[in-house]
Each structure stands twice: as structure tokens, then as C-alpha cells.
Design a protein around this ligand. Structure first.
Ligand code: SF4
Ligand code: SF4
Length: 155
């Protein structure tokens, strides 16, 4: 199938495009008009970068599984894994605002503090059904994203 048709039928028409801009950044045939992702050219290429990089295209989980996980680490109930841990943040002030244990907030804060990352693309609840995407580069900005957002934000 042509890449543009695959994106159109599996992402754009079903309303799954988040406007992340990946296809637009990769190829001049894609752009944004009035906030909607559109293709400007009848590209005849199959398996192109727009299709492969779009985060909303279906993922071939079997291929990923075989590539990254040994056969004996796959449980039918939960799928593949490399290790299983129960975790929570040691910091009570993180846990008090967490959905569960605050592990993600603690890990992102640590990564910033240790200099492993400059910033993290996170989701911040706005109180309703539409969380917003945030580029957090301080511990305060990370903590403002504590808790879970159950919708896909345009990060
Ligand atoms: S297949 Fe390649 S050239 Fe064609 S629209 Fe997609 S990214 Fe652009
Ligand atoms: S790459 Fe991003 S902007 Fe392009 S179709 Fe997929 S979700 Fe939409």
C-alpha cells in the first residue's frame, strides 16, 4: 500500500492524528492547514518514512517482540518483559500527588538532576478531558505533570 494512503486510511480518516508533526518534519509533501495534517502530493512510494515514523500507525507487536525479547520472557497474560518490579517514589511529597506510586515523576526528576536529559516531553492535566503537552526542564515543571492523563496529548 502507498504510504500516503496508509496514513490517510489508518490515521487521518479515523481521527487518530495528534498533529505531532513527525510526518511534516520528515517530508515536504506533508503539512498542516488550519490545524489539520494534510498531504500535498500524490506520492507513489510504499513503506516511506511518513508511514514508518507516525506514532499513530498500528504497531506490529509480534515483530517487536521477536526482535527485543527472548522467548522465555513472554507471559501470555502480560506479554513480553525483561524484568518485573513494584516501585514507588521514596519522597512522600511526590507520592502525595501521584496516581499510584510516583515512580515516573521521581525517575524524570532524577534524570534531570543527574544531567542525563535536558528536558522531558510530558502530559499535564488541565482538569478536563484534554491534557496538554509540556516540555518540562525543572523539577517543578515535572511535578506539575504528576498523576495520570488517560487521553493522548499532542506532545
Ligand atoms: S513516502 Fe516518503 S516521500 Fe512519500 S510522502 Fe511519505 S515521507 Fe514523503
Ligand atoms: S506523524 Fe503525527 S502529524 Fe503525521 S499523521 Fe501521524 S500523528 Fe499525524
Amino acid at each position: 500500500m502507498l504510504s500516503t494512503i496508509a496514513l490517510d486510511t489508518q490515521v487521518l480518516r479515523p481521527g487518530l492524528c495528534t498533529g505531532c508533526g513527525a510526518c511534516q518534519g520528515l517530508c515536504p509533501y506533508w503539512g498542516s492547514v488550519d490545524g489539520r495534517t494534510v498531504c500535498f502530493f500524490d506520492c507513489e512510494r510504499a513503506d516511506g518514512r511518513c508511514q514508518r515514523f507516525c506514532p499513530r500507525m498500528p504497531t506490529d507487536l509480534d515483530v517487536l517482540r521477536k526482535q527485543f525479547f527472548p522467548e522465555d520472557t513472554i507471559l501470555p497474560e502480560i506479554g513480553p518483559f525483561l524484568g518485573l518490579y513494584l516501585t514507588r517514589a521514596a519522597d512522600e511529597s511526590i507520592r502525595s500527588k501521584a496516581q499510584h506510586g510516583g515512580s515516573m515523576t521521581a525517575l524524570v526528576e532524577l534524570a534531570l538532576k543527574e544531567g542525563f536529559i535536558d528536558a522531558a516531553a510530558l502530559a499535564r492535566s488541565q482538569g478536563g478531558l484534554n491534557p496538554e503537552g509540556v516540555l518540562a526542564s525543572t523539577a517543578e515543571e515535572v511535578r506539575a505533570c504528576s498523576g495520570s492523563s488517560f487521553q493522548v496529548p499532542p506532545t
